[in-house]
Design a protein. Structure first.
Lengths: 281, 267
């Protein structure tokens, strides 16, 4: 069993009328089976309303399944009375950098998680120093978060999660509100954590370029898992992806179009170099 | 105008005052406020001025930042002064129509002005040298005895620190919404008072919606980071009195003694 395992996971959003009775239910996640191994970098793709964020919130026990089961590092979230123990194992970074920073000084914000966990004071400082180091934010430790760029704020948020020493980080569209530079910055930090600290990463995104370096890609649509595989396997199916209203990286699209018009190149080209090599052969 | 209030705006520096325990600074501010009301002579205000000037120098906060806070109370100050000058009975200096300006009125107005200005400068100095988090930590610890009578001290302190953190963000947001509405033809400038208030509706509705959305996001982010109330919570920067705090308390008590002394002597 991997670090995150979901079996037939389903979740209903309930809509209540004025008397508090359930008026209608909307199934956001339906029969999802996922098994993520420790140390993997997994990307979850999907169009708006595909259920990817709802699924992500289950990993952190912010939502509990309406049906089915999800285990985080062996803990069944539906049966755990103290949910913050699950949250300690799976940290979460959200989309809006402003709305997830609690501290008024960078280092105080990074220390917020360990404080809640009841870590002794000296240990908190050790953790804060370490995670600021790992995300490259040590130089900004005494700054106010309001004065940082979007990418820097997201790195602070990542540092805040790292200070809790989770086994797994879930990033819910962490780059959606950032400029291209900030996006690169955040992704570099995440990849580094994945490689050096062996933290399992679940990256939820709709930027295809961010998915190329993942170990495993899961495509969701209408609450179901519709495709699963390595980035190369996924992106060689350009037509299927289009059906789910997803784009492929520009290079892949170009290669696909070239192949359609009769140029002899392989499927699933992901980078510019690969395309150049394939064309020069 | 709201932008000029310095309360909640930390000025980072490494002075003795910055490193002092927030409880000491809270107590110090209280003492200073009391002293401002105890003094009522030129000599007394001179002592208060000296004390304040000394503190500002030690704090290494540029004077510019300290005076910024005064802009916001300028109107209150003006109104207080005008009322005091016109409505205090006593020895008449000038009489213009129904208005009389008295000697007592002028001295009262000046006194009130000095008190108001010193109040704002004193509390600004505290907030400029203390991060809001430290400040709420200080309040939380000072008020902890109230927990026994079921006052949710930790929760109140947490709410305060979050409110302080979001003030600049919401101000920025207000600015953005205002510009967006002006671009679509909204008018916030003209009309009488009632019309102006009515014109605020297209500003306030989006602001409230966005504030609620932020609150929702923040609550989720806090939960995701294991926040579960004040029980079993440790602190990254627990409060400890150091030698400088003991010295500060001595200085503060000496200052209070001087203030009481002045009052008793009637200077």
């Amino acid at each position: 069993m991997g670090i995150i395992k979901a079996v037939k996971l389903a979740f209903d959003y309930l809509k209540y009328d004025e008397d508090g009775n359930v008026q209608e239910t909307q199934r956001a996640v339906d029969g999802v089976d996922i098994d993520i191994k420790e140390g993997q970098f997994v990307a979850i793709l999907g169009h708006n309303g595909s259920g990817k964020s709802t699924f992500a919130k289950h990993i952190n026990a912010l939502l509990l399944p309406s049906d089915g089961t999800i285990w985080i590092d062996g803990i069944n979230t539906s049966e755990e009375p103290e949910l913050w123990k699950v949250r300690q194992k799976a940290g979460m970074v959200f989309q809006n950098p402003d709305n997830q920073i609690i501290g008024t000084v960078v280092e105080e914000d990074v220390g917020f998680g360990p404080e809640n966990m009841g870590v002794p004071t000296e240990d908190i400082w050790k953790r804060v120093n370490e995670s600021l180091e790992k995300t490259g934010m040590t130089a900004y430790r005494h700054h106010s978060p309001n004065k940082l760029s979007g990418g820097q704020k997201q790195r602070v948020a990542i540092a805040g999660v790292m200070a809790m020493r989770p086994k797994c980080i879930v990033l819910d569209e962490p780059t959606a509100m950032l400029d291209p530079n900030g996006r690169k910055e955040v992704l570099a930090a995440v990849h580094q954590l994945n490689k050096q600290e062996n933290v399992t990463v679940v990256l939820i995104t709709h930027y295809m370029e961010e998915v190329i370096d993942a170990d495993h890609v899961i495509v969701m649509d209408g609450g179901h898992v519709v495709m699963e595989g390595t980035p190369r396997e996924i992106f060689s199916q350009v037509e299927t992806l289009k059906k789910y209203r997803l784009d492929v990286p520009q290079v892949t699209l170009l290669a696909h179009e070239l192949k359609q018009s009769g140029v002899d190149i392989p499927d699933g080209i992901l980078t510019t170099e690969e395309l150049v090599n394939a064309l020069c052969q | 105008m709201i932008r000029d209030i310095t309360i909640g705006q930390y000025y980072p520096a490494k002075s003795v005052i910055h490193r002092m325990d927030p409880r000491t600074k809270l107590f110090g501010t209280l003492i200073f406020i009391i002293s401002v009301f105890l003094f009522h002579s030129v000599a007394g205000y001179a002592v208060a001025t000296l004390f304040l000037a000394g503190m500002i120098t030690i704090s290494q906060v540029p004077v510019k930042f300290i005076f910024k806070g005064l802009k916001a109370i300028f109107m209150i100050l003006l109104i207080t002064m005008v009322f005091n000058i016109l409505l205090t009975p006593g020895e008449v200096l000038w009489k213009i129509g129904i208005f009389t300006i008295t000697k007592e009125g002028i001295s009262m107005a000046v006194r009130m002005a000095i008190r108001l200005i010193y109040l704002v400068i004193g509390s600004s100095l505290m907030t400029l040298t203390t991060t809001p988090n430290q400040l709420t930590d200080g309040l939380e610890k000072s008020l902890r005895p109230l927990n026994k009578i079921h006052v949710p001290v930790h929760e109140i302190a947490m709410m305060m620190s979050i409110a302080l953190r979001f003030i600049p963000i919401l101000l920025e947001e207000t600015d953005k919404i205002m510009k967006a509405q002006i671009a679509r033809g909204a008018d916030f400038e003209s009309g009488n008072l009632i019309q102006k208030v009515k014109n605020m509706v297209p500003l306030l509705v989006p602001l409230f919606i966005s504030a609620f959305r932020r609150a929702n996001d923040l609550a989720m982010a806090m939960e995701a980071r294991c926040y579960h109330g004040g029980d079993d919570r440790t602190q990254m920067k627990p409060l400890h009195y150091a030698k400088r705090d003991h010295i500060a308390y001595l200085v503060l008590f000496a200052y209070l003694a001087v203030a009481i002394g002045f009052r008793v002597m009637g200077w």
